[in-house]
Design a protein around this ligand. Sequence first.
Ligand code: ATP
Length: 646
Amino acid sequence: MSYLELRNIKKSYYLGNQEFPVLTGIDLAFNQGEFVSILGESGGGKTTLMNIIGGLDSNYSGDVVLNGKSLRHDTSKQLDAYRRQTIGFIFQNFNLISHLTIFQNVMVSLQMTTLSHREQEQRAHELLTKVGLKEHMKKYPNQISGGQKQRVAIARALASDPEIIIADEPTGALDSQNTQEILQLLDEIATEGKLVITVTHSQTVADYGTRIVRLADGKIGEDTTIKKPYTASNANELSTRTLKFGATLKMALENMRYNLKRNLLIVFGAAIGIFSVIVMLGLGNGVQGYINHEIYSQVNPNAVQVTKNVSTDSSPDMNKISVSGKDKSRIKDIKNVQSIDNGFFVQGGSQLRQGRKTASVSFMQTYNKTILSKSISKGKAPKDGQIMLTKEIAEKFNKKNPNSMVGKKITFYQNTLDKQKRPVVLSKTLTVSGVSKANTGSTSVTYNTMKTIYQDKGLTIKPNFVTVEIAGNVKNVKPVTNKIKAFKNDKGKAAYQITGVGGFVDTLNTYITLAVNVLATIAGISLLVSAIMIIVVLYISVSERTKEIGILRALGASKGSIRNLFFSEAFFIGLFSSVLAIVLAEILQMVANNIAQSGINYSIMQISTGNLIFGFVVSVVISLLAALAPAGTAARLDPIESLSYE
Ligand SMILES: Nc1ncnc2c1ncn2[C@@H]1O[C@H](COP(=O)(O)OP(=O)(O)OP(=O)(O)O)[C@@H](O)[C@H]1O
């Protein structure tokens, strides 16, 4: 049994329905240690036959049998493995990958072996030294001569220590000196017990081998052994696997570096979209934060004041407007209600006096949780026996320095009616506990103080409002106020009225979020443009690298590896553009916040880690999606057509 047998190989090309038979029945047997030259006229089908032997073409009739096993039923993956492990290709035009160094060109093939990375590098070194290129390993293909390129191709073909070397006119592009040297190398390979099959036009080349086969009219015309074949090798081929993902990532990086300018522009273009989205989201957070900050610095949005809903034209009846225990208990039962405090307000009829100075107070209420302690510019919230003044009232007593009123005694007067509806003047001397900032807060005492002021004249008070505090996020406020508003009185009208900003803040936040999302979506349109740009660029890359794809497939790379190569490139575009976008957004944030701090004393752009992660993920996902079609096209390319692509 011969090592390699061709049994009745037939192959035709078709143009439309017209058949062009090229091989019309080839029967040949080869053994290891042979150096076979296939001679024939131009267009005689030599390359076609080589592609069939090399496992690049499986569209033929007949059978190729290796060591007794037919290739006919091999799947495309098995043929990939056959090319990787058993076949080493050498081409007339060298077919080196131009953006890889000499060393890396050999490494591509070695990366498909199961050797460790160190062993691969060591072997690449040995092979290049063997073909006389020790000094040139770091050069690129365009920096070496034709003869040197063919030696690189030979070193690469030998990488996995294959048993069959197929050389398609290996000296066709070389001068006689280089031809001699290459033939010597091929002969050496045969002496090591490999099967070397070369296609040639030249009788001189043919005479160098051990056997000459002539093709004529698609058949074997003549088959002569001119020398005794060398002894077959016992060595085993190296075991192989398809390119690892890490290797394709590295190759993609190499290619991007080779086309650096173009790739930088693409990365920059793609980054603009991501940048706009991140900035919009950050600005949204900032604006929302700023508005909330402004509101929260004035009032506590988690507290609302609840009063009874009574018609204003009827004379206020204390019993009607007071909030009863029953009212309080039904409010208390609402989810998230944390506390209910009694409150009392008086509208008009109040006056403050210190020495000869007086000030009338239009509205006076008990201190409660809607008032924030940060609204006090000097001093503290009132305790029993104390009073807090607004800045406007304090100025009536000390125009220049209203804050100096803190700690001073002041007498409070209140006109009211007793049980018999006779006018009474209430009065109490209180200590000023604090002064509130301009336009915030109100003149206030504690509920207890208010109670004793009335008690001194034998009067009792009942709360005419309550302060309801809502637990947790400001979002909890609206549901509570909605429930309070839903309670009806015996006239079927709303039982209570509410004052407080929580519900409003919540609604405002909803609108801001909506506006930000709309803006971010508009910014997202530029992502679509980036995606289209990446698709176009990858298609260009596929067509530019068609030859490289053919070379990789000939070396045994699977369709999956080719697909991964383009996915890797897209991944890097996504990765780099999102990193660039993040850096640019952070810089803009710094500048914008610097300006904002000096203007409104607030960081107006607040890009969260979540925004950054979102930008990163969107960028990578969009790039990978954009790569789907181009990577698929690349993987489906026919290896033979790709190799002959100019
Ligand atoms: N893809 C193809 N479609 C149609 N015809 C093809 C195709 N590839 C090759 N042929 C034809 O098949 C014939 C054999 O081509 P092949 O390349 O195998 O010849 P060859 O002997 O290697 O020629 P040369 O020595 O000039 O390289 C030629 O006539 C060629 O035009």
